[in-house]
Design a protein around this ligand. Structure first.
Ligand SMILES: [Mn+2]
Length: 315
């Protein structure tokens, strides 16, 4: 059932302990949202634990500073920033997929799996968590502010993408006033790259090919490249934005081989091209300018299918 923010606050009021689920291959929005909520719930005397199907990269450790994340007994399960139960990851989908009591998300492509769902088209789920925390009447302290800021900065590409609104900036400004550690967040999220990541980026860039008069660019990353560069999934959040950075490219595609041999596709577009529409053709989804889908076939066939879909859009 779709519910309002007020209903979310009311539901949270009914329980004392929560398991908070984040999506697989966790990013700054799912984690920032989860830890902001956890810290806020603590202020109400409620306990919670944030969990993820995949290992949480160490670069996010600032999010759980000042709070412990020990295993607890919980009464209800909340999912944040998870548009589809498959995005929980295989193991978590099996365990929790049909037991989620409340899903809080910002993807309009959200496919309902929870008992109660709140989806509002904001730049980040963290922006919806900000709304919820206000609805709950909880004072935002510097720890909560840092977590929300991290989510919003992540999903707006540091306030660069077109999903950034005047409201996004107003909330970010308020978070700064509340003591959000924005310099640390931005340095860790957008400035610092490991040498292994930069090596991977170099290999990935060498695979870029352009199509349709340079309007579409495709780049791929294989498991061999991960091995050779000594990089890993956890440190390449932003890599999918590279093809669209090329001058003239309107549809940028990144094809990433997963350990099981499937190909995870990320599409980034500029107006008027709809990334979610293209990904929906292949069972995926997301936002207008950023979306994803998955293929279980060869790299060559994956690219062929994508180019065919892009061709239909571009011409
Ligand atoms: Mn998000």
């Amino acid at each position: 059932m779709r519910i309002t923010l007020k209903d979310c606050a009311e539901i949270i009021g009914r329980y004392n302990s929560f398991l908070i689920l984040t999506h697989a291959s966790p990013d700054g929005d799912t984690l920032g949202s989860a830890f902001a909520l956890k810290k806020a719930l603590e202020k109400l005397g409620k306990t919670s634990q944030v969990v993820c199907n995949d290992e949480i990269p160490q670069k996010y450790s600032f999010l759980w500073e000042g709070t412990d994340n020990d295993e607890i007994k919980y009464e209800a399960i909340i999912a944040v920033d998870i548009a589809d139960r498959n995005l929980l990851g295989e193991k978590f989908n099996g365990i929790y997929g049909d037991r989620v009591m409340l899903a809080i998300d910002h993807h309009l492509s959200h496919r309902d799996y929870a008992e109660n769902t709140y989806v509002c088209d904001k730049a980040a789920t963290a922006e919806n968590i900000y709304g919820l925390i206000n609805e709950l009447g909880i004072e935002i302290d510097s720890g909560i502010a840092t977590c929300i800021y991290c989510g919003m900065a992540t999903d707006t590409g540091c306030f660069l993408f077109t999903n950034t609104t005047p409201d996004t900036h107003r909330i970010a400004a308020e978070l700064m006033e509340k003591g959000a550690d924005f310099a640390i967040v931005n340095k860790k999220m957008f400035e610092t790259k490991t040498m292994s990541y930069l090596k991977l980026e170099q290999m990935a860039l060498a695979t870029v090919q352009t199509y349709f008069d340079g309007k579409c660019a495709i780049m791929h990353i294989t498991q061999d490249m991960f091995r050779e560069s000594n990089s890993n999934e956890g440190e390449c959040d932003g890599i999918a934005s590279l093809p669209r950075k090329i001058e003239g490219v309107q549809i940028g595609i990144t094809v990433r081989e997963k350990p099981n041999g499937a190909f995870k596709v990320s599409i980034r577009t500029v107006e008027p091209y709809d990334a979610a529409k293209i990904c929906a053709l292949f069972g995926g989804g997301g936002h207008n300018r950023a979306a994803g889908c998955e293929f279980i076939c060869s790299l060559e066939d994956t690219k062929k299918a994508l180019l065919k879909a892009v061709e239909a859009e571009i011409i």
